[in-house]
Design a protein around this ligand. Structure first.
Ligand code: DC
Length: 227
């Protein structure tokens, strides 16, 4: 009998390693991994490039009609890159200009509707791990396994700093701290689908866990469900 395929959601604060765990789980299970934040980031990049006024609903509608998002699997990296209108924007969307604007774009109801529709379509066949802020509460409230991730703020800052340093970025810990604090505040206080822990989510605090340890814990939870 084929193994039961489930939907796994990972929500939580900015920079606590959701994508790292989601990717590792998808690889271990042979599931699709979807980074929903990448979709909001790509939309933000489009808005920045095209100077879309986020107070103008007509301009937003027009812009969304021009945006096609797609994920392509890069076998060398073992993960997917996001394409916006055919352009691979995976690296560009991680830059600070996008990071500092993405929360205000992600707070727009119409933008969320646009992204959520596509996310739900990606999960139709199950066998998916998706990370974000509202995946267990809004996108897949019926998901079999919901994980809410958290980590100490200073640990998150230091992990992000290391990632940026590896890319030779001149960003300081203070700049990263401010960005994480601002996004956490906006993401959890917006009117539309704010970041919330789903009632049936399992909390995973990875402040003192290695990537291997958090994967072991999460895979134990998966096995409890799929047997
Ligand atoms: O996961 P991330 O840091 O790449 O997400 C970027 C931003 O997108 C985050 O600050 C909030 C927003 N986001 C969201 O509102 N809902 C999601 N499901 C995923 C991300």
């Amino acid at each position: 009998m084929p193994e039961k395929k489930i939907i796994i959601t990972l929500d939580g604060w900015s920079g606590c390693g959701k994508s790292t765990l989601a990717k590792a789980m998808a690889k271990a299970l042979g599931y699709v991994f979807v980074d929903s934040g990448a979709m909001y980031r790509a939309i933000t990049l489009y808005f920045i490039r095209n100077q879309v006024d986020i107070a103008d609903s007509v301009a937003i509608e027009k812009a969304l009609a021009q945006i096609q998002l797609q994920f392509i699997f890069d076998s060398a990296k073992g993960s997917s890159d996001i394409l916006m209108n055919g352009e691979n924007v995976e690296d560009l969307i991680r830059e600070m200009d996008v990071a500092s604007r993405v929360s205000e774009v992600a707070a727009i109801a119409r933008v969320r509707q646009f992204a959520v529709q596509q996310q739900q379509r990606l999960g139709e066949k199950k066998g998916i791990v998706m990370d974000g802020r509202d995946i267990g509460t809004v996108v897949f409230p019926q998901a079999e396994l919901k994980i809410f991730m958290t980590a100490d703020k200073e640990i998150r800052v230091q992990r992000r700093l290391k990632e940026f340093k590896e890319k030779n970025s001149a960003l300081t810990a203070e700049m990263i701290r401010q960005n994480l604090e601002q996004r956490d505040y906006l993401d959890s206080n917006r009117a539309e689908s704010p970041l919330r822990q789903a009632k049936d989510a399992r909390v995973l605090d990875n402040s003192s866990l290695s990537p291997e340890q958090q994967l072991t814990l999460a895979m134990d939870w998966v096995r409890e469900i799929i047997g």
